[in-house]
Design a protein around this ligand. Structure first.
Ligand SMILES: [Zn+2]
Length: 332
């Protein structure tokens, strides 16, 4: 055993000296190349090394809206990957907000995601408009998690759905002992720590449910986020004409990137640095539409998509917004 140890020890010494010699060679050789010294060593050239160093020194492409890393993420906005649907979680300093909850079969997925984020109750649950890809999972959320306030748009009588999805939601709201709080433009919800959610729309009745979507602007310090549900061009135009405070750092692009929405005048009024599109991979609608992607590109707005990037998490410290997670798919 002793001999074996000695042998290993000797071998270790040889390896150590060898490593030292190789390191010395590399250091001297690179000094020779860099500073023109001549140590009589062959020139060191590793294929791809220059490119690798350039890459390491280049600013990370993941932080177009912030040159700095957010150190204290006091507010986070999660755009869940729920396929061709929408669900957005806001973790504000003192309140938790869930905007939409995916399709009918995604309620459990949304609840699981929320629990993974340490969420055990919801302060504000907002259903942007009663289509199944937005409110489908809300009944499950209400059944499985305490909710303080439910906000829905007030609909004109002829648009009130008779679908099972909507009826299920009303039943779940009732079972939870809650009343519906109507979405009224101008209402401000204090989320603590200087964060606030201001409702901007819908500003009038429309003849389609998409335009009845609740529009909400989240502000935190000098950063802001605009959530638009499936709002289309008519409602966008009304907000622009009324001079609504649309300007936001991040836009949740309306109607899954459909060309019915994200018109040029609206995009210019919002003037976001980043747009997030919630849509499903290879969805049958062709969302996001090419026209919208071209408009966003022409205005220099970076795009993140849940179909390609998976769940998108944006963190704000009130000054900078950092893209913390992309490519972390939670749903097929
Ligand atoms: Zn939708």
């Amino acid at each position: 055993m002793a001999r074996f140890r000695r042998y290993r020890s000797g071998s270790g010494r040889v390896v150590f000296l060898l490593v030292l010699a190789v390191c010395g060679f590399f250091i001297l050789s690179s000094m020779q190349d860099k500073y023109g010294y001549d140590f009589g060593l062959p020139s060191l050239s590793l294929p791809g090394m220059e490119e690798l160093l350039d890459e390491l020194e280049a600013p990370s492409p993941d932080r177009p809206i912030s040159s700095q890393v957010v150190e204290r993420a006091d507010l986070k906005v999660h755009f869940l990957d729920v396929g061709q649907a929408e669900s957005i979680l806001i973790l504000a300093p003192e309140k938790t907000v869930l905007i939409d909850a995916g399709e009918n079969d995604q309620g459990d997925l949304v609840v699981r995601y929320l629990k993974e984020q340490g969420v055990s109750s919801i302060d504000l649950l907002i259903g942007t408009h009663p289509h199944s890809d937005h409110i489908g999972g809300m009944d499950i959320v209400l059944n499985k998690m305490p909710v303080e306030t439910v906000i829905l748009p007030i609909l004109p009588d002829d648009l009130i759905p008779t679908t099972v999805t909507f009826t299920d939601l009303l039943k779940a709201i009732d079972r939870a002992g809650l009343e519906i709080t109507p979405a009224l433009p101008g209402d401000v919800y204090d989320l603590g720590g200087g964060a606030g959610l201001t409702l901007l729309g819908p500003v009038r009745d429309y003849d389609n449910l998409n335009n009845m979507s609740v529009v909400a602007r989240l502000s935190f310090g000098s950063t802001s986020f605009l959530f638009t549900g499936d709002m289309e061009k008519e409602a966008e135009q009304d907000l622009v004409e009324q001079g609504a405070p649309l300007a936001s750092t991040v836009l949740s692009a309306g109607h899954h990137g459909s060309q019915t929405s994200s018109r040029k005048a609206f995009l210019e009024a919002v003037n976001p640095k980043l747009a997030v599109i919630s849509c499903g991979l290879d969805n049958s609608y062709g969302h996001p539409h090419r026209e919208v992607m071209e408009r966003l590109d022409a205005l220099g707005i970076r795009v993140l998509r849940t179909d390609l990037d998976g769940a998108v998490v944006l963190a704000s410290d009130g000054e900078n917004i950092e893209i913390q997670v992309a490519q972390n798919r939670i749903a097929a």
